[in-house]
Every structure is written in C-alpha cells, then in structure tokens.
Design a protein around this ligand. Sequence first.
Ligand code: PMP
Length: 463
Amino acid sequence: MAATEPAPVELPPAHEGILRRQALRESAARTYARSLPIVPVRARGMTIEGADGRRYLDCLSGAGTLALGHNHPVVLEAVRKVIDSGAPLHVLDLATPVKDAFTTELFSTLPREFADNARIQFCGPAGTDAVEAAFKLVRAATGRSELLAFTGAYHGMTAGALAASGGATDVRVTRLPFPHRYRCPFGAGGERGADIAARWTEYLLDDPKSGVPEPAAMILEPVQGEGGVNPAPDSWMRRMREITRERSIALIADEVQTGVGRTGTFWAVEHSGIVPDVMVLSKAIGGSLPLAVIVYRSELDLWQPGAHAGTFRGNQLAMAAGAATLAYVRENRLAERAGTLGARMLAALQALSADHPSIGDVRGRGLMIGLELVDPEAGPPTVTAENGSAPPPDPALATAVQQECLRRGLIVELGGRHGAVVRLLPPLTLTDEQATAVVDRLADALRAAERSPYRRAAAGPTR
Ligand code: PMP
C-alpha cells in the first residue's frame, strides 16, 4: 500500500528553525550571533559542536573569557562542589567560604607590591560595571571628575542608569593618543611614536590653558583588545605610570581582557613592571561564569557604603569556577605557555604575511593576536616609520575571512576601529596541534577570501 502513503514532508534541520526564530525574535542590536550563525549544543576545551553536528575550533573563547576553554574538568568540579554542598547560590555581597577562597586565590596571583596593600570591591557581573565602579572610586578619592582615556579604547557599554536614578554623572573624558604602532597618528610608529604620544599627554596636563581640568584618573588597556589588538610598549606604560604618579592622578589598568595569563604574564601590567592604583578585572576571573571586581590601593578606599551597589555581586558558582581557574593557570604556568605558543603563532602568521599583501600587520602579545587586513590597491597609504606604509583597512575582506574560517570549522572574532582586524583569542590550554590547525585554517580561509569576489557591502556592523 506504499503507493497511497503521503510523501514524507521535508523538515528543515532543527538548528535552522532555532536560527530563524532567533532572527525573528531577538534584537537588531545582537552582535556575535550575526556573523556566527551556529547553534552550540556541546563544548569541551577548544571545540564547540553545533546542533547540525559540525565541530568548530573556538578562537573567540567567549570574547576572551574562557582561559581554560569550555567546560574544563576543574571548573565543572568546582561548580558541582558548591551545588552539592547546599551553600546558598545568591548572597548579595555577604561573606562566604567560597568568596573568601576566591579572594585569597586572586590576591595570591596579583603583583605582590599591589596585593599587599589592596582592597577588593565585588561589582555587578559585567566588566563595564567594574569600570563604572573604578570611576566612582577615584572620583570619591580625589574629589575630581575628569578622566583620561585613549584613542582605540574599549571599556564597556553602560550609560544612563545612574543619571536616571539621580546620581552624579558629569563625567568628562579627555581622549589621548594611544601609541598605535601600525597606524601611528604621528607617522612615526614604534618607540618614537610612543614618545611623541607621551609628550602630548604631558603637554596637555601641564599647560594651564589646555582646557583639560585636573583629572581624577587615567584608564588604559595594556593591550587594547576590541580596538584591534594593540599592545602598548612597556616603556610607554612606565611613562604613563610616572606621569600619573607625579601629578597625583590615579592609574586604572583595565585588565578585563588581558588578565589571567592571556598575554604571557598572569597580569599584563607585569610586562612593564608597573603597579597601577586600580585594576579592573572580569571575564576569565569567573572561570566562564559572570564575575567582575576592582582591586585598588587601600588609600583610595574613601567612598561611602553603598557607593557602588548591585543585586548580583555574590555569584557563588562564578567565584568557585573563578578560583579553580586562577589556581589552575597559576599551578600549570599557563601564562608562560601562552607567551611561548603565542610567539610561535605570531611568527607563523608573520611568515604568511610575506605572501599576502592584504595582511597589513600582524601583532599581539601571548594568545591575544590580531591580523589587520588592508586593501593595498586602495590608496593613499598612511606613512609610518616602522612599517613603511599602511594601506587603508579592508573590513569587507575581514568579514569574508571570518565567514571562510567558519566554513573551515574555525571561529574567529573581528575587531579594530574599522572592523578589519581578525582576532584570535584561543584558550590558554590549546595544544600545539590545535595551534597549527588554527594557523592552517586561517591561511586557507584568507586565500579563499582573497579569491572570492567579496562585496564591500558585505561588511556588517562592527562592535
Ligand atoms: N574592558 C575591556 C578591556 C573589555 O575588553 C571589555 C569587554 N570586551 C569590557 C571592559 C567590558 O566588559 P563587559 O562586556 O563584560 O561589560
């Protein structure tokens, strides 16, 4: 009777339905979901498996959060232990054994000179909340409101809630030149460009008619992440420390992305040896769960009780996962491993750039690596001392490379002011074989993207 049975209806695979519903129901402001149309259902280490059965090597790592990759056994064990113990999961900012252990572990990883005289504030769970807390702290401590920040910086997305609650929000930011090596605004690059950038900073601060009121603090990233992987030279970091110390300006190091071994030292400030006044920490410190804190010099602890409150400041699972992650990175010297392996990947990508004029620059520190893609045929190039010339960025090619990577089972992120920097943020646990596979797939994706008639319009919105 088979002839009379209705033909089976061809159903689209389940993951297509999920993606379609996401596109219909979620906000136009969604970000990663636009360029990475996958439906993760399982993950371990560096590998993510999609609902369609495809596997990917994850070089995004939750935007630099997963120091140990996905679902590391020590993280899972730490989380299970808290759940099995019957401890409360929600405790506002009350003291608990889990929090006590987290704080002890965190302080043991921080530079000695800093940790010996430091306080910690548990903030709302996002990095941006800790940045807000840092600003409030320094303003309360100095009585000043002006802030100094740098071109290419990224510190978060919050604005407005305090104003709507009737709080003081008269924050003014003076933007200073970051020592970009490749696109140096002074056409110098390298140490010379960094020296000019530092001189400009000094000049502004010391000129009584510069229009820049005495600032409370300077905030900087030791390696700019979202800004396109721009490592600050160590000498410039030391200069910023001197400049701020001499003028009683608090120095805030935003290590939200650079922390926990990512750049080759446990904290990125260790490269230059500087001791900041405030450190902003999030992402990896929560071992893949949301957690954000500021740690700061005790003398700054002049704000009032409740000056920075928030309901979700006591995530016990995140503290347990975070403590386990910090201890694992420390005990297994994963910062050193990130330094060695990162240098090897950087060298391989630099070798690749010799055959690809579309790779304008390869840069990074440890396992925070960026490839700036350019259009060598679209002039005019910017002259820089170190690299000779920097052709205009090519965000459409970067988008095409990201898509070609995805087709080859590799997840990469884009960044930089023009969205033309392909960013690699693999977990610190990646193996030599995985590192080779990442470079090979990326090289292959670049070749395919260069051949494809990618459209300029293909370049989507950037973060
Ligand atoms: N600071 C830096 C250096 C960051 O990279 C980020 C996030 N990419 C933030 C702050 C903000 O963190 P969040 O997205 O958790 O608010």
